[in-house]
Design a binder for this molecule. Structure first.
Ligand code: NZQ
Ligand code: ZN
Length: 390
């Protein structure tokens, strides 16, 4: 196992009614809060009113930044940062899914930054130039990204067709409120996309060529089984508390860093390929991942890495077979069947993507170098996977 420093500082308030504690928690950071939210789901679910009431009870002044897009845009980041500076905001509270939380983190970074975070951090990845950020908290309404417990932020620039990610410890939420009841209103489509995203995060950290990582891989198999057990229940019964609670907590644990501490490598090729689909076609992240993942699995599977697919097939899906390759292929098919059972399409054509931009997307996906560790993917490999997925 590799050396590591464990650092997951986010305080998590989990369960029914926990939203009422937001005022008390927020007050620790000052009395001016910027509430960031999306296109209206927080108002429909009633969450907005509960949060405002709790903040007001604690004597907090509220400023608002609504209308954050799914695949959040850099333009919203600039607008939010401007508001923070002008009003002297002490704490940003993101109410929503990954898009709202990621956007809030970028605002927190830009608010105290001397230059342009898009260029310096997202494009040029000069992460050590970020030396301070406003504190961010989150009230999660969609189980998917893990943004509620990590320092990652993914922002899109639709002017340049780029969707880029950063990760920085300063951007980890100071606290996150996870009340599964506020995910009951997530529709089937976004529930399914969230389920795929959680699984994909686990795959990206599980499918590595190393022999090491025994504990980490067993933890991830437990999380995969949890998602496979409860994903379909939540999808078919949107207000099943136990299912929503299991998905919510798994989404946080799957991408807060815990399962990779000590592991030799991770993969992240599928996310790299998916971000180009979203950047060019603005499609839902989890749907893009669901289309690409089984093709990626087929493409990278080899005699050298088949052992990991066998572990996945045996430990997660209880599969058996005549030989390793047979078990691996069955496991890949199971993965596709699972996604299909949640209504996830299996081709790019189904989400309106044709051949015209594949070459450009493959080029952009590999602009920082080859993707992945299971198999190094160069531009031509990425293009081949996109074409398989057409
Ligand atoms: O805008 P509103 O009205 O809030 O509607 C949202 C949005 O339309 C809706 N929604 C959220 N909670 C709801 C709800 N609808 C009804 N009831 C609720 N309780 O769901 C839609 C999608 O929301 P979004 O936040 O975009 O989804 P998600 O959480 O999947 O976030 C996706 C974004 O996160 C990035 C993705 O690339 C994408 O930009 N990621 C962030 C990561 C991270 N920070 O670690 C890692 C991921 O791999 C991912 O890349
Ligand atoms: Zn993801």
């Amino acid at each position: 196992m590799k050396n590591f420093n464990y650092n997951i500082p986010t305080k998590v308030l989990f369960g029914r009614g926990k939203v009422n504690e937001v005022g008390k928690e927020a007050k620790r950071y000052g009395d001016k809060v910027l509430l960031v939210y999306g296109k209206g789901s927080v108002k429909k679910s009633g969450l907005f009113d509960v949060v405002v009431e709790s903040l007001k009870k604690s004597g907090i002044h509220i400023y608002k930044l609504p209308n954050i897009d799914p695949n959040p845009r850099i333009d919203s980041v600039y607008a939010g940062a401007e508001l923070c500076r002008k009003m002297g905001i002490n704490l940003i509270i993101a109410m929503g899914g990954g898009s709202v939380i990621d956007c809030s983190k970028a605002i927190a970074a830009q608010a105290n930054y001397y230059g342009d975070v898009w260029q310096d951090l997202y494009v040029e990845q000069k992460l050590n130039t970020l030396t301070s950020a406003l504190p961010v908290a989150s009230i999660l309404t969609l189980a998917a990204t893990g943004s509620e417990m990590n320092g990652n932020s993914v922002i899109s620039n639709m002017h340049t067709n780029q969707k880029l990610a950063i990760g920085h410890d300063l951007l980890r939420p100071v606290f996150s409120i996870l009340d599964p009841e506020y995910t009951f209103t997530v529709n089937q489509y976004h529930t399914a996309a969230g389920v795929v995203d959680i699984l994909s995060h686990l795959f990206e950290q599980y499918f590595t060529p190393d022999q090491e990582g025994y504990l980490q891989n067993r933890l991830m198999e437990a999380m995969m089984k949890t998602v496979i057990e409860y994903g379909p229940i939540a999808y078919n019964e949107l207000d099943d508390y136990e299912a929503r609670a299991n998905l919510m907590w798994t989404s946080s644990l799957a991408l807060n860093g815990m399962v990779t501490y000590g592991k030799v490598s991770t993969d992240w090729a599928t996310h790299g390929m998916e971000h180009e689909l979203s950047a060019f076609y603005d499609i839902t992240h989890g749907v893009g991942l669901g289309i690409l993942t089984p093709y990626w699995m087929k493409y990278v599977l080899s005699e050298e890495n088949v052992h990991r697919f066998v572990e996945y097939g045996k430990n997660v899906w209880n599969l058996d077979g005549e030989n390793n390759m047979e078990i691996a292929n069955k496991a890949i098919n199971k993965t596709r069947e699972f996604f299909s059972s949640l209504g996830i399409p299996s081709t790019l054509k189904e989400v309106g993507i044709d051949e015209s931009k594949l070459d450009k997307m493959a080029e952009q996906a590999t602009m920082f170098g080859a993707l992945g560790s299971m198999k190094k993917l160069y531009k031509e490999d990425v293009l081949a996977i996109y074409k398989m997925a057409l």
